[in-house]
Every structure is written in structure tokens, then in C-alpha cells.
Ligand binder design. Structure first.
Ligand SMILES: [Zn+2]
Length: 278
């Protein structure tokens, strides 16, 4: 009897182990699971980062979260290598230091880009992307011509003050950035010729709207978002945010630069921390 009893118990052991394993697995909350990839973040933590985004944007990101986070990892590495605010939102609440001037500015005309006026400068990476875009447009018979590019803090202050004198403070704030708040100080923003709303209906305006992202260029002040961006629609003003950045902005943020750059600025530190965790 005794012998028989202990062998029955022994036979039960594997079943018991399987049962315990199932019990443990069922106790792990699905929200505590980690999202696949190198950024060590739980499903719950990740979903929380999406809290301030429009529902459709958040849903789309959530559905492709592993791919999204692999892009975020690339973007973190880009901004690590580049200390010049390449993916940093610059707006009426986030200013650049008065002394900020990128060290790698190049002359656009000398680089082979078509310009509407001499002496235009951009950072080397943005200028190279602009040249590539200019050539692609040219091959389709379209002329993309730069009309304004890098501006120093001082230059922006003069322009802004002149506008205030001629247009008044209130009107000026709708289209001209105060010094330190201009993307032009980054050395990665370009105004295309002509600097006018009509640009959107030109062949160049339509082409860049359709293709700019392929070369890393993003429309900064889209139509109907003045309340959020702080500026009226500027179809001629594009900012270089790297090809990877423009791709993520298009794929996941509906092509809205402020949405994308704000999300990145808000959560980059957290993602960076989790990327460092072994
Ligand atoms: Zn501009």
C-alpha cells in the first residue's frame, strides 16, 4: 500500500509542475509584459506615453508598437550624435540660446542648390539633403529655389522688430518668431521661393508637399493649426528633421511636425534610460 501510494504521488509530480507553471503565467498581468525590442518598457508604460496624442494616432502607434520603438531607438541615436537640436521642438515656449549658432553651416549656392538670393547658409546635413531634393525635383522639370535659410539670433531680432514697426505686434506674432524662437536659427529650416501662400499652388509647392519627407523635410506650420503651432499657415517653410524623422512623422504622426517633435521631446529621456538598461 505504502509503496503504491508514493509511486502515485511521484506520477503526479509532472502534472503538479505544469499546473504551477500555468498558475504563474496566468498571474502575470499582460500589461506588465515588455514590448518587444531593445527599449525595455512594459506595455502599460508604453501605452501611457501615448496618453496625450489624438486617439487615432495613438491607436496606430499601439498597433505597430515594436516597429515604432525600433524607429525611436534610431532617432535617439541620431540626437545623441547631434548636439545641435536636430529633433528639438523650437517654438514660442522653447527657445534657443542667444549664442547658439551651428558650427557646420555651408553656403547653399556653393553647394549647388538653387537660391533666390545670395549668402544663404544651412547646416551641412540639411544642405546635402536639400541638394538631393533639388536634383530630384529638377529631374521632373521643377525648380525648388531657397529664399531664406539660417538666421542668427540678432538677425531674427531685427526682422521681428521691423515687422512690429510696420505691421503692429499682434499681426507680427502670427507670422514672425521672436528671437530665439525661430527654427531658422537652427540652420535646418528653409523658406522656398516665393515666400507667399500662393507657393502651395505652384508646381514646386505641390511637389515638395508630396515628396519633401523622402529627403527629410517637414512642413512646420500646416493649415488650420495656428492655435497649436502659434503661426499661420506657411506652405513655404520646411524644416529638415532627418530622413528617419520625416518617415516616422509621416507614418505615425499624420505628418504633423509639432505632434511628433513634442512627443519625442517629452519621452526621449525615458526611452533613453530604458535603452541603457541591460
Ligand atoms: Zn521660414
Amino acid at each position: 500500500m505504502l509503496l503504491q501510494g508514493s509511486s502515485t504521488k511521484r506520477a503526479l509530480i509532472p502534472f503538479l509542475i505544469v499546473f504551477l507553471c500555468l498558475l504563474i503565467i496566468s498571474c502575470v498581468n499582460p500589461e506588465d509584459k515588455y514590448v518587444e525590442g531593445n527599449i525595455k518598457i512594459t506595455e502599460k508604460e508604453f501605452a501611457e506615453t501615448l496618453g496625450n496624442l489624438p486617439a487615432d494616432v495613438a491607436e496606430n502607434i499601439l498597433a505597430k508598437r515594436a516597429v515604432f520603438l525600433s524607429y525611436i531607438e534610431k532617432l535617439i541615436n541620431i540626437s545623441r550624435q547631434d548636439e545641435n537640436f536636430i529633433l528639438f521642438p523650437v517654438d514660442k515656449t522653447r527657445f534657443l540660446p542667444e549664442t547658439f549658432r551651428p558650427s557646420d553651416l555651408v553656403d547653399l549656392e556653393r553647394e549647388g542648390v538653387s537660391v533666390a538670393r545670395r549668402g544663404l547658409l544651412l547646416r551641412a546635413n540639411a544642405a546635402a539633403a536639400l541638394l538631393e531634393m533639388h536634383r530630384a525635383a529638377s529631374s521632373e522639370g521643377i525648380l525648388l529655389s531657397a529664399a531664406s535659410a539660417f538666421r542668427t539670433f540678432e538677425h531674427q531680432r531685427n526682422i521681428h522688430n521691423n515687422f512690429i514697426r510696420t505691421h503692429g505686434q499682434e499681426a507680427t506674432e502670427r507670422f514672425s518668431a521672436p528671437p530665439g524662437a525661430s527654427q531658422h536659427q537652427l540652420g535646418t529650416a528653409v523658406d522656398f521661393f516665393p515666400i507667399a501662400v500662393e507657393f502651395k499652388d505652384t508646381r514646386a509647392g505641390r511637389w515638395i508637399k508630396e515628396n519633401g519627407w523622402r529627403y527629410g523635410f517637414s512642413l512646420s506650420y500646416p493649415y488650420n493649426f495656428e492655435e497649436i503651432t502659434g503661426y499661420m499657415y506657411e506652405p513655404w517653410h520646411y524644416r529638415y528633421i532627418t530622413k528617419e524623422g520625416a518617415l516616422v512623422e509621416r507614418e505615425f504622426f499624420g505628418g504633423l511636425q509639432f505632434l511628433f517633435l513634442n512627443y519625442l521631446a517629452e519621452h526621449k529621456g525615458f526611452f533613453k534610460e530604458r535603452l541603457a538598461v541591460e
